[in-house]
Design a protein around this ligand. Sequence first.
Ligand code: ADP
Length: 351
Amino acid sequence: MFKNITPQKLTIFISALVSFFNVIIVALYFLLSHTALDYILYLFFFVISFSISYVIIQYLIKRYIYQRIKPIYKVIRKSKLDKKAKIRAEDFNSNFLENLDIEVSEWANAAQEEIATLKSLEEYRKSYVGNISHELKTPLFSIQGYIHTILEDVEDEETRDQFLKRAAVNVDRLITIVQDLDSITKLDSDAAPLDIQAFNMKELSQEVIEDLELQARQKEVKVDFKDGASSAFFVKGDRENIRQVLSNLVLNSIKYGKIKGKTKISFYDLDKYVLIEVSDDGIGVEKKHLAHLFDRFYRVDKSRSRTDGGSGLGLSIVKHIIEAHGQDVNVRSTVGEGTTFGFTLTKATKK
Ligand code: ADP
């Protein structure tokens, strides 16, 4: 009976009850004083009593129940409406207690989810800051060590030059880390929106190969196109961002490739998309690490990556950029045989 009770129904119910008892009392009074009253007068008395009760009860409900519930509504509706959120007029005619119950539990669930997200973001922030300071500490301490040693007691010129060169390598590492952090911060904050244009993927890959010629030559790695990737492949994307993706993948294939190894860039026509793959015949990655390769600061072999000058952010930048294009990046690898990274881009018609 009380399941769908609204304030209005409650007011009517109580008013009717009060009026009924009033009529009974009046009837008893006249019965005891042996005076007979016309039924129409009872009805009239009922109507008067009902009207007065209705006004009083409505006032009391509004004053004592509504006024106390109002702050709750204000709090839970603040996020949905604005500061001036009020209890709506129709609430008086609705099942407001049950509605309030539903709204409060919805609000509590949303608040709980928000708290959980904030907590995990806080955890992430702490470990991110910890990782950054750890990354910066290593080269900084090396630079500090070499410079202090030179200043204090290195007299022979050859040793001094050697120490200066080592300090310079660590300065380069610092710059790589800061540049990668800068890229990832920009990508995170969406500060630079994608500049989508149609371009020739083959041409861009050629430029990346030329840019990394020195690194490839140092390890005698041969970087070129796989058979079938010789023609032009037009894709849609942010050319400079995709250059960074390809550059990170090719550089990794050199860093984690074997001496005199081979890196192949291939393109596959997939109807609406072009699949671009970078394969090497290097050290490969164990299966258990594959799922984490794109995590920030994740390294399979920590010491090796650091000596090769990596920031541990390269692949997370790759993933970020490809996902910003609404596409996917994937990896497959066999230890000792090599690794292949692949990503897709939307096909474009020739410019
Ligand atoms: P970095 O190279 O700076 O350490 P990345 O994010 O580019 O950071 O790569 C993360 C890790 O993934 C590397 O430390 C390395 O262990 C592994 N990795 C990346 N590319 C390759 C590859 N082509 N072959 C083998 N391992 C790779």
